[in-house]
Design a protein around this ligand. Structure first.
Ligand code: NDP
Length: 319
């Protein structure tokens, strides 16, 4: 369609996104081309928007240099550490993500993973299925009762987690780079300080260089031998080797993990441990929430090309 705005999709995205963009724009599905590089060269001067998700890999200056007319990159997901937003900002390119529409879903999942880890629900399910119940009762589990919960990253999702935890009658504290004046939870100046004052540590900070290995051996040791670590942030946020060692040496009690250093690969050592619950990066992965995220990707592009404003630009590219 010659008069329609050209949008580039480098890698497959949810079917609803592909269909909706196809209706409104000239959508170029790069992965379907027999010679993607040659195809990209032929359309590059016309591309004004990109739609990307985790599968697209790193979106950085290499892409921006090749797409001189690029105005906007719409990302499927709230965490956008795979996009060089600073490089985009330097070129006047807007980057959008999908905040808000997934906060409750990810917070629900976090509570589920926390309880599954403490009460050993997946292990108990395996116990029943394996026919082991007639041989005697399932061993008593740890409890959420009496635990202090530390939230590493009290942002939109962290706050949704904290609100849910208020209903569980547990004390809540947090760490971020700055204290939040409008929040009544106890603030700790460092991850180590938070871990030392907590029996459960929940990581829900963004990924990327700024939070790489924020949870290291020292933080895990501060959490201590009765401590439980839950990671729903990004695999890069924890030193995974240090985590495996801490679990293996019983320097922490248990872990519930949704994210890993090298997804979809999960270290054999973690798979072999009974005291960990492992999820395949499920945070926002319900049909309903993924559909809402898809609509927001489409709406960001549609709004940009009709009004010149994006709905949810990331902080680095907020004009
Ligand atoms: P927000 O931007 O709303 O909140 C991020 C929080 O992290 C802020 O409170 C910020 O506080 C804190 N933070 C940022 N950098 C640091 C740092 N270097 N050290 C300590 N704290 C830091 O993000 P969301 O709550 O919307 O999302 C958080 C992340 O959750 C996403 O970026 C994504 O990586 C992850 N996520 C995972 C999902 C999954 O499937 N498991 C699903 C959705 C999101 P301050 O500025 O004061 O430091």
């Amino acid at each position: 369609a010659p008069n329609r705005t050209d949008i580039l999709m480098p890698a497959p995205m949810a079917r609803g996104v592909v269909q909706a963009l196809d209706q409104r724009f000239a959508l170029h599905r790069l992965w379907e081309q027999s010679d993607p590089d040659r195809y990209l060269t032929s359309i590059a001067p016309r591309i004004r928007g990109m739609a990307v998700g985790g599968a697209a890999g790193r979106i950085d200056a290499g892409w921006f240099d090749r797409l001189p007319a690029l105005e906007i990159v719409a990302h499927f997901g709230v965490g956008y550490e795979t996009i060089d937003a600073a490089a985009a900002a330097a070129r006047g390119i807007t980057v959008t993500n999908t905040p808000g529409v997934l906060d409750a879903e990810v917070a629900d999942l976090t509570i589920g993973l926390l309880l599954a880890t403490l009460r050993r629900l997946p292990q108990a399910d395996r116990f029943v299925r394996d026919g082991r119940w007639p041989g005697g009762p399932f061993p008593l589990s740890p409890s959420l009762r009496g635990r202090r919960v530390g939230i590493l990253g009290l942002g939109a999702i962290g706050k949704a987690v904290a609100r849910r935890l208020e209903g569980f009658d547990v004390p809540i504290a947090y760490h971020g780079r700055s204290r939040q004046p409008d929040v009544s939870y106890a603030y700790h100046e460092s991850p180590t300080g938070l871990a030392a004052a907590s029996d459960v540590l929940i990581a829900i900070v963004p990924g990327g260089a700024g939070t790489r290995h924020l949870v290291d051996a020292a933080v895990l040791d501060a959490l201590g031998p009765d401590g439980v670590f839950v990671n729903v942030a990004r695999g890069s946020v924890v030193d995974q080797d240090a985590l495996v060692a801490a679990l293996a040496e019983r320097r922490i009690l248990a872990a519930g993990l949704d994210v890993y250093a090298d997804e979809p690969n999960v270290p054999e050592a973690l798979v072999a441990m009974e005291q960990v619950v492992l999820l395949p990066h499920l945070g926002s992965a319900s049909e309903r929430t993924r559909a809402a995220m898809g609509r927001l990707v489409v709406d960001n592009l549609a709004t940009w090309f009709t009004t010149g404003r994006a709905l949810t630009p990331v902080a680095e590219t907020r004009g």
